[in-house]
Design a binder for this molecule. Structure first.
Ligand SMILES: C[S@@+](CC[C@H](N)C(=O)[O-])C[C@H]1O[C@@H](n2cnc3c(N)ncnc32)[C@H](O)[C@@H]1O
Length: 272
């Protein structure tokens, strides 16, 4: 069964990417979001592969493309389709990366907006990337987290973009079940939970997926971007699935009217 999903992921990827490409559409149009994101390309690439050797990627495929590539696809798609609503489950919570004082600490003095080399690239820094790269499109970005301290830090990290941000301290399931966004979410970023132990995180992602499908939260042109699908940490702790925290949610989405757009370190899905 697992092998079938692995093959399905690769086939789906090839269908939409084309050879070596990273676009949703054929046009050569350069998006402003992509230009902004390119400033952070090296940080995003290093953060994606942090702590892993090439030899640790599964033998059946090349090292997957980094968060930089899938953020670029997602942001440019949002821009080209005149997206309005972004929802992120699991917020950017740290002022610094794990190698520096201040990682996951509350003191805002650790935040260095002029020194991106200090930021928490290991976690992806999606909230800041989405705010900075998409601000010119005047979106509404909802970021959701269980922990009030994490949202408080995120408010500092995104303070220059406060006018486009909506911060929510609640569980992802509560937000998805109660929000008034049926058919309206243009970019949905799924990033709750930890990599170890993986089972509760995978179950949480399945619960989120069920609400997303049952409440039809995605807009017709919307996409779902799932972080850390091919993070190798769960495998170091005995996990056998190739899909980590998305091992239940991706099959569920594929069985409920969604298809793959990209299948890399992160996975992108859209409605068929
Ligand atoms: C990996 S971090 C998110 C990283 C962030 N998206 C980024 O790109 O920097 C995971 C976050 O999920 C939050 N979280 C865990 N379980 C949650 C739940 N059930 N509902 C909402 N947030 C949750 C944690 O508090 C944590 O801040």
């Amino acid at each position: 069964m697992k092998k079938i999903f692995s093959v399905a992921l690769l086939v789906g990827c090839a269908l939409i990417y084309g050879e070596g490409g990273n676009k949703l559409e054929n046009g050569q149009e350069v998006c402003y979001s992509g230009q902004i994101l390119s400033k952070y390309k090296n940080y995003l690439e290093q953060g994606t592969y942090e702590g892993f050797e090439s030899s640790e990627w599964p033998a059946w495929r090349e090292k997957p493309q980094s968060r930089y590539q899938t953020f670029k696809i997602a942001f440019e798609h949002f821009e080209k389709t005149n997206g309005k609503i972004v929802v992120e489950l699991g917020t950017t919570r740290s002022f610094t990366h794990g190698g520096l004082p201040g990682c996951n600490r509350d003191w805002s003095g650790y935040w260095t907006p002029q020194n991106p080399e200090n930021w928490d690239w290991g976690a992806g820094s999606f909230t800041r990337m989405a705010a900075e790269c998409l601000a010119h499109t005047n979106p509404v970005i909802h970021t959701v987290d269980l922990e009030a301290a994490h949202i408080a830090r995120c408010k500092v990290i995104t303070q220059d973009f406060a006018s486009i941000m909506q911060y929510h301290v609640c569980s992802s399931e509560y937000f998805l079940s109660t929000c008034d966004l049926q058919g309206k979410i243009d970019l949905l970023y799924l990033d709750t939970g930890n990599m170890t132990p993986i089972e509760p995180t995978a179950q949480l992602h399945l619960a989120e997926a069920k609400i997303i499908v049952e409440r039809n939260l995605l807009s017709p042109q919307g996409i779902i971007l799932i972080d850390d699908v091919r993070n190798q940490t769960p495998k170091k702790f005995g996990e056998t699935s190739e899909l980590g925290k998305a091992k239940y949610s991706i099959p569920y989405f594929l069985q409920h009217g969604y298809e793959l757009v990209a299948s890399e370190y992160q996975v992108i899905l859209r409605k068929k």
